[in-house]
Write a protein that binds this ligand. Structure first.
Ligand code: ADP
Length: 302
């Protein structure tokens, strides 16, 4: 079983001819609402791969909250651990995308911002999982407590340090088994540019010196650098026709966690992550692009 502790959002996506300037009222092309949030995306990614999945987090006591819960349940993500918070709105991302694919994004954390002690209690009641997936869209102190609680019970902790933080508390690294930054996030954490296998390997070493056991650096189409306590290896990216890389990172983490929870080796799990990530880039959208187990297995057979 895989457990996710993290954010649940509704994305409000507008398509516009150009991004509005201050004071401008603009006639847009279209509007859709789509479920998102890195926590929810990763939970759906794992569940689509056929692994029992539960999420702990918060939604608001509003219509989006109900829709978000229903959406998770429709992908068989267990939501007993989601608190319906009457004191806040559901998290939303208000997104504008223009004809050149430039965007503006306003994130209102809402209920995600209230995640804390109470949620840790619900999490510890569910810690019978093999793997815990964490990201940084809920308060950092809660992420750290969740990691500590999981590590004490022998649950493998995977932290996706996204959205990119400038710094993480030094006490967080030692309670993380696997950290999975992309190139930008890795660069922010180590304070040098990460854009090649060589610089990724250096960055992985720095992260290990801070206390994580394994560092996996996601380099998009350039593949993945994986440094464990015993060895460093690269897994090349699968060659696909990428149309939209939204949620590729979440898909990677879902594939990685699903495989590890089923007893695959780390190297095999990284290949599963890379395949799941690559497939997610071949379709548009976040959760709508996440592949099923059958699709990933067929892809890996090719
Ligand atoms: P993020 O989505 O967090 O920015 P990446 O861009 O590194 O992270 O994508 C995550 C993973 O998805 C990559 O490590 C890779 O496995 C896969 N991926 C992303 N873009 C591509 C691509 N163009 N071709 C093949 N695989 C890709």
């Amino acid at each position: 079983r895989v457990l996710v502790f993290g954010s649940i959002n509704m994305d409000l996506v507008t398509k516009v001819p150009h991004l509005p300037i201050p004071g401008e009222t603009l006639l847009g092309h279209s509007f859709v609402t789509v479920p998102g949030g890195k926590g929810a995306n990763q939970a759906v990614a794992v569940a689509r791969l056929g692994v029992p999945t539960a999420i702990v987090g918060r939604v608001g006591k509003d219509q989006f909250g109900q829709e978000l819960l229903r959406n998770l349940q429709s992908d068989r993500v267990q939501t007993d651990g989601v608190y319906i918070d009457p004191s806040n709105t559901s998290g939303v991302a208000v997104i504008a995308v223009d004809d050149n694919a430039e965007n503006h994004i306003i994130v209102i954390p809402g209920a995600n911002g209230n995640v804390g002690e109470e949620d840790i209690k619900r999490l510890t009641q569910q810690l019978s999982a093999a793997v815990l997936l964490l990201q940084l869209e809920v308060p950092l102190f809660a992420v750290q407590k969740a990691a500590q609680a999981a590590q004490q019970t022998g649950v493998k902790v995977i932290l996706d340090p996204a959205p990119a933080p400038t710094e993480l508390p030094s006490e967080l690294y030692p309670v993380v088994d696997i950290i999975t930054p992309n190139a930008v996030e890795a660069g922010q954490l180590v304070n040098f540019r990460v854009d090649s296998p060589e610089s990724a390997e250096k960055a992985a070493l720095v992260l290990q010196q801070r206390g994580v056991k394994t560092a996996i650096i996601k380099l998009g189409a350039k593949g993945v650098c994986c440094a464990t306590p015993d060895e460093t290896f690269f897994v090349p990216a699968f060659s696909v026709k990428a149309v939209d890389t939204v949620a590729a990172g979440d898909a990677f983490n879902g594939g990685l966690a699903a495989a590890l929870s089923q007893g695959y080796s780390l190297r095999e799990a990284v290949v599963w992550g890379a395949a799941t990530g690559a497939l997610a880039t071949t379709k548009s959208g976040a959760q709508s692009s996440l592949p099923t187990r059958e699709t990933v297995e067929a892809f890996l057979q090719e």
